[in-house]
Ligand binder design. Structure first.
Ligand code: SAH
Length: 222
């Protein structure tokens, strides 16, 4: 797992973060690695200023340009489903605040993350750099994946898709896992975990209902 000794913070945040981790555990998150990553990462750095009291609540929060930093339980749930191991090549769609990207990097993954909105990407890049978190971020339409870097061990989509873009299946290794929220409505999705079992074969598992901001782009909601 990625560690650093450079992070200094107001001690009150450490206490709040510990409580959040206990809350996530009580809500069913069981991966010790995921809980450890969330327990180590200063979420306040990814948050808009002046909203300190909301940083460690288990809720999504606006980060500007109509987007949100995902609810901690959602971040934990998606990350747990993804079964990330060290040195895996992981593609994230929707960098947003950079928080989910940082959680994946904390697990020792080689993270590639794409964001479609420049305004958000610029801030996320600064925050990640400030924390020395190694991740490669790209501006563009994430529904096209990242062909130049494919194939990936894991692909995580953090915006709600109308269906499963085949690009992601193509850009997964055999044995790879895609986690993606999919739904007919822009405001209601089911979480899917899709395992690429062979070159032309996948197995899909369906999890609970979620509400993500829409996945835009060529293979998303236009
Ligand atoms: N993972 C983020 C969640 C951000 S919300 C976090 O931890 O903060 C989803 C993000 O997906 C938004 O920032 C939105 O701009 C972005 N997005 C939507 N469609 C996209 C696309 N086609 N390609 C890349 N990013 C996209």
């Amino acid at each position: 797992m990625f560690t650093t000794t450079n992070w200094k913070e107001d001690p009150k945040f450490a206490g709040q973060r510990k409580k959040l981790v206990a809350e996530l555990r009580s809500k069913g998150i069981s991966s010790e690695l995921v809980l450890k990553a969330i327990g180590a990462l200063p979420r306040q750095n990814f948050f808009p200023k002046d909203f300190e009291q909301f940083v460690y609540r288990d809720a999504a929060f606006p980060i500007g340009l109509g987007q949100t930093i995902s609810q901690p339980l959602t971040v934990a749930f998606q990350t747990q489903l993804l079964q990330v191991r060290e040195n895996m090549k992981v593609l994230e769609i929707g960098t947003g605040s950079g928080y989910q990207c940082a959680v994946l990097a904390m697990l020792g993954a080689n993270v590639y993350s794409i964001e479609i909105l420049k305004g958000l990407l610029t801030t996320a890049v600064k925050v990640l750099k400030n924390l020395d978190i190694p991740a490669q971020v790209f501006l563009g339409d994430g529904t096209l994946g990242l062909p130049a870097q494919a194939p990936f061990d894991r692909i995580l989509v953090t915006a709600g898709a109308p269906n499963v873009p085949q690009t992601y299946i193509q850009q997964l290794k055999v044995g790879g896992i895609l986690v993606i929220p999919v739904g007919d409505s822009e405001k209601d999705q089911k979480m899917l975990r899709i395992i690429k079992t062979a070159e032309n074969e996948t197995r899909t598992e369906v999890f609970g209902n979620f509400q993500f901001v829409p996945l835009k782009g060529v293979n998303g909601w236009q």
